[in-house]
Design a protein around this ligand. Structure first.
Ligand code: FMN
Length: 207
């Protein structure tokens, strides 16, 4: 009887697609976190035949809100271009190399942070890092963005080479926001090269 119950339970688990291993995997696609980290690469060649929906972009942006920020100030903001006109206009503001590399990416996103927020109290910088904490928070938020995108099967390229004045006027970004990266979002058209990483002992010191 015990054996029959066990078999029935196993069959039920197989039918629902659940297993005791699912708690270790990314919910959306069953990709492990380590796999998300190791397959996430800067992608410089996109498959133009594939599109991404607004609701998928929203799901990725929702994940950025799980990122920590100074005093929960949440200074990061995102400007999402999905129309061909806005995408073409942004492509003119990221330099020739980046423009060529993001051809076919269906989404371009500009990330900013609200200045004098993270790391500030009563209008004064709390320590020597000043608005660097806003940039720090924005980088954390963008890290969540690119990893969540990868977990959903998408690819990204963070671009620091961009014309911030041009982006500000194109997208109406207020002057109290610092413009950080442009991020492309799409599907890889080929496998990227693995970058060389420094030896761990060059960058870490244990005490
Ligand atoms: C802040 C920042 C700015 C970057 N700017 C550019 C850029 O303008 N163009 C580009 O092709 N890659 C850019 N990259 C991507 C880096 O070159 C890439 O992350 C690095 O070579 C490591 O490769 P990987 O992302 O595949 O691990 C940038 C990355 C970061 C984090």
């Amino acid at each position: 009887m015990k054996r029959i119950l066990l078999l029935a339970a196993t069959a039920a688990l197989m039918l629902t697609g659940c297993s005791s291993e699912t708690s270790n995997t990314a919910a959306a696609d069953g990709v492990s976190f380590d796999e998300v980290l190791s397959t996430r690469r800067s992608i410089r060649s996109y498959d133009a035949s594939k599109t991404i929906s607004e609701s998928e972009v929203r799901e990725i942006l929702l994940a950025t809100q799980d990122a920590p920020s100074w005093a929960n100030d949440q200074p990061s903001k995102y400007y999402v271009a999905m129309s061909p006109e806005k995408i073409a206009a942004i492509q003119e503001l990221i330099g020739e190399g980046n423009k060529k590399n993001v051809q076919g990416a269906p989404v371009l996103i500009v990330s900013t942070y609200e200045k004098s927020k993270s790391g500030f109290f009563g209008g004064n910088a709390i320590n020597e890092v000043g608005d660097g904490w806003g940039a720090y928070d924005n980088g954390l938020s963008n890290a969540y963005f690119i990893l969540k995108a990868r977990a959903m099967g998408f690819d990204t390229l963070i671009m620091g080479m961009r014309d911030s004045d041009g982006l500000r006027s194109l997208l109406g970004i207020p002057s109290d926001e610092a413009i950080m990266a442009v991020i492309s979002l799409g599907y890889r058209a080929g496998e990227p090269r693995m970058p060389v990483h420094r030896d761990l002992d060059e960058i870490v010191k244990f005490y």
